[in-house]
Design a protein around this ligand. Sequence first.
Ligand SMILES: Cc1cc2nc3c(=O)[nH]c(=O)nc-3n(C[C@H](O)[C@H](O)[C@H](O)COP(=O)(O)O)c2cc1C
Length: 359
Amino acid sequence: MISLDDFEKYARDNLPRSVFNHVSSGADDQQTLQDNRNAFKRLRIRPRVLRDVSKRDLSATILGQHVPFPIGICPSAIQKHNGSDGEMATAKAASSMESIMILSTYSSTSLEEVASAAPTGHLWFQLYVLKDREKTARLVCRAEKAGYKAIVFTADTPYAGRKLNDERSGGFKPTVRLFDTFTFRCPNVESSSGQSSYGSSEISPSVTWSYIRWIQSLSSLPVIIKGIMSGDSAREAVAAGVDGIMVSNHGGRQLDGVLASIDILPEVIAVTQGTNVEVYLDGGVRLGTDVLKALALGAKAVFIGRPVWWGLTYKGEEGVRQVLELLRDELSLAMALSGCASVNDLSPSMLIRGHPSNL
Ligand SMILES: Cc1cc2nc3c(=O)[nH]c(=O)nc-3n(C[C@H](O)[C@H](O)[C@H](O)COP(=O)(O)O)c2cc1C
């Protein structure tokens, strides 16, 4: 396992086909899914030389919290699907590396159990605003009580995007127990239906910007908006008073044809200049040089989605740790080879658009 590609191959060979397809798929024609990777490749690095890079400082401060390296784990639903301990294993791995983990609303384990598996972890809670506002409010209260440090409100999912692979195989049907995060007593309940029941039907499609204030009023936690893919939306997010913006196209799983996350990042950064709003990015981050490019363009941190599934499939908690270590070490080497001793040395001038190609 010397690259994230190796982990992906392992998952492809070992996960049930329907699960692997569900996780790896993008929406519709998968243009955005592919472009998330290609856009990183189009960006080339202009290295500096002869700087003392014998010690590198990868640490960052994210929402006031020190992290040893700025790579976190983004929310993905029902992680027990790969036969591992799912979110519990992910949380333990992230916690052991002092990395941030965002737990999905659609976790296969209760948010309280995940929190107690990683009592010192930097856990954030991802929120879908449900049609039932009271249930939504309860989730936020529980997350705060359990020690989560931020609410990540996903804004790009009024409805679930179409994944053709899922449809062709008759619809993705969770085969593990889907945790009923919506009740206080938290019984494990058998999910009676498939993806749509956890992916869309409960999520409110009528949410507007005014909900940000409402979400903020539910707890004292900072609120990050996830799914911003234009400067205009970033401007509205800043005006709405968010603490952070996650530039994300949901890993190409929602609207197909939107730009790659890394391509829209500069526009969002420009909007947030001079504010205290932190900007993060997810989507297609697979190499240390991808992380370097996102940080150079101004992201405070990057987050990974599918690679966590691959790590879980490979070796549960240990597999996720290896995925994080690999990316961290690749980032460290990429910084050294480009003449940067600290993440603060990274800047947009280090990047240039590569030669026109078919990417
Ligand atoms: C299987 C799967 C489930 C996901 N579930 C959620 C979710 O419950 N909530 C959410 O906000 N994003 C969800 N996402 C999107 C991720 O948070 C993230 O935006 C995306 O995976 C990042 O791209 P990457 O997989 O290329 O790293 C999911 C992604 C995948 C692959």
